[in-house]
Design a protein around this ligand. Structure first.
Ligand code: C5P
Length: 312
């Protein structure tokens, strides 16, 4: 990678502090009402100009075929939209576990869009970047920043940036399962159709499937962590622990660990607990690792979004 034209950027993971799945839309997606919170666990993305096309190198994990990778697709979509000559070389260093509900692939894609725009001198406007991001995945726009706490509606791509809450420690528990997002949505839809296993997420709707997207269920935007803890919910907890029992065990253990509150993140399988102080988080993490025998990561909520760093 030629040092003159490389831009490096951290791509943070997210947790969902609140996640309600509302009606299924005609396009097959579900309306969501969610709170995204960026955390300090990051992948790293470096983008440089190259001769032609996209070349992706991934370190730290086996992420499958290059062209299926969201980072690759982000670079290709950027080049097409920007209409600039030449290509892009992308180096991705993975630390965020994949298929965990932590948004790693989505964050990588957004970081590629931001870094590509920086390395090529900013050919694309923010609105175009947002549209490209939404085309790549429902979670991708959140990772463009600049907020580290945002309410997501629509299919997750309609964002309202919220002022950051004070930084708190977070313990991530990563059961050794891969929860397919599409399968988790499918299970939730079936459970609701059968009238079982559903939380009453669409209050007042005679027919849950018909609930209006304009009446989201979040009570009020959080003014502090106490509000977040009070409203903490994730509708996927109705079906994911049942389908993936390791997730149920992780959640149960987290709920006994002294966390202020614990939830499944996204459609899982990662679960997290938010702690009041770093010491409590560290001892809970050690105990959870012993008890569950799975990967446990201690991180913290972010109050600022990572900025591109030009390497010269
Ligand atoms: O947008 P993304 O590619 O991340 O979505 C993966 C799958 O998750 C979709 O194909 C869809 O089945 C489901 N999904 C959904 N509603 C959303 C987001 C995702 O039904 N809001």
């Amino acid at each position: 990678m030629s040092p003159g034209d490389a831009v490096h950027i951290d791509a943070p993971a997210k947790i969902n502090l609140f996640l309600k799945v509302l009606r299924r839309r005609d396009d097959g997606y579900h309306e969501l009402d969610t709170l995204f919170q960026a955390v300090d666990l990051c992948d790293e993305v470096t983008v440089a100009r190259a001769g032609a096309g996209v070349a992706l190198r991934v370190e730290g994990a086996d992420v499958g075929p290059e062209r299926d990778n969201l980072a690759y697709r982000a670079a290709a979509a950027f080049l097409e939209a920007a209409g600039v000559g030449g290509g892009l070389e992308v180096l991705l260093t993975k630390r965020i576990p994949a298929g965990a509900g932590l948004g790693g692939g989505s964050s990588d894609a957004a970081a590629v869009l931001r870094a590509a725009n920086a390395v090529l001198g900013g050919p694309l406007e923010a609105a175009t970047l947002h549209a490209l991001a939404a085309g790549l995945g429902s979670d991708v726009p959140f990772f463009l920043g600049p907020g580290t706490l945002a309410r997501g509606t629509g299919r997750g791509e309609v964002l309202e940036m919220l002022p950051p809450l004070p930084e708190l420690p977070v313990v991530l528990v990563l059961p050794p399962v891969h929860v397919s997002t599409a399968e988790a949505y499918g299970r939730l839809a079936r459970a609701r159709a059968e009238g079982g296993g559903t939380s009453v997420s669409i209050e007042g709707a005679a027919d849950p499937g018909a609930a209006a997207s304009t009446s989201p269920s979040v009570a009020a935007l959080p003014a502090g962590w106490a509000d977040v803890a009070r409203d903490a919910v994730n509708d996927f907890e109705d079906v994911v622990p049942e389908g993936w029992p390791e997730v149920g065990r992780a959640l149960a253990a987290l709920r006994r660990s002294g966390a202020v509150f614990s939830l499944l993140s996204g459609s899982g399988g990662a679960c997290f607990g938010v702690f009041g102080d770093a010491g409590a988080a560290r001892s809970a993490a050690a105990a959870l690792e012993d008890q569950l025998g799975c990967q446990v990561v201690t991180t913290r909520t972010r109050v600022g979004f990572p900025r591109p760093d030009t390497r010269r």
